[in-house]
Write a protein that binds this ligand. Sequence first.
Ligand code: ATP
Ligand code: MG
Length: 293
Amino acid sequence: MGAYGRGSGSGDTIACANQKGGVGKTTTVVNLGAYLALAGRSVLVVDLDPQGNATSGLGIEKSSVANSIYDALCDATPPDQLIVRTSIARLDLVPASLSLAGAEVELAPLPQRERRLSRVLGPLTERYDHILIDCPPSLGLLTVNALTAAGSVLVPLQCEYYALEGLSQLVATINLVRDHLNPDLALRGVVLTMFDSRTLLSAGVRDEARRHLDGSVYDTIIPRSVRLSEAPSYGLPIALYRPESKGAEAYAALAREFLAREFAARDSLSGPALTVIAPVAFPDAPSSSAVAP
Ligand code: ATP
Ligand code: MG
């Protein structure tokens, strides 16, 4: 085992994805990751978004990053040299840098372009219990790399109008990746975010999501919380910024549910516990050009 990570190496790699912008991908990766680490798991957050919000949200100055995920994807920097520690024990980060903005174009002509991240993360999976990949808000090559490297996808769904519409596009891409690149990719779960209990709209999206996605939707719902939106400007997960806030309680509960589902899946003798997304689940799903046949 190297200097970083103390995991059992379960190889649990999770892509947090939704091509809609601002739905809570980064907030979920940072705070779920933090609470899993506080619960004793070793966690690696991989910032695959050129915006670098997970990097700054975990208190790492983007301009001071020596090696970012870009250097490994496009320049063959060894994975060992990418990892930085965060303010939470057992929570490490592979940061993003501004150069990641050019990665989609640079990766495009390379052989095995969809499998670059998978190769980078391969040696790291044995060191961490969970690797959480924060995807950019698109279904381009970076997100396809994340879906190819991951065992499952975690989808934050903002409790807003149009939330479910975008989902069919995401599911189409997940199904294409399963067909061509990563047959074992499963849906880990859907997290309802920014829930506002005062609005009928939030309740409507919650009910719709549960109706369409059945058991995939986590019982834990993340409420809209000013504290959650403030925490990144201090470079801290909510667990360190305002542990007593409603948003903190919600992400702590999400981590507990995440772990409980994992235990239940392990104990289950009735085959794979993770839902595999049926291609028929969203009949209106458009095809995506991001995945090479
Ligand atoms: P992008 O697609 O741009 O990467 P994202 O899906 O990663 O966005 P976040 O960055 O996590 O979304 O959240 C978008 C904005 O909403 C941020 O300013 C964040 O601080 C805020 N936010 C996230 N979750 C909540 C919440 N539960 N309550 C209030 N604000 C939130
Ligand atoms: Mg983000």
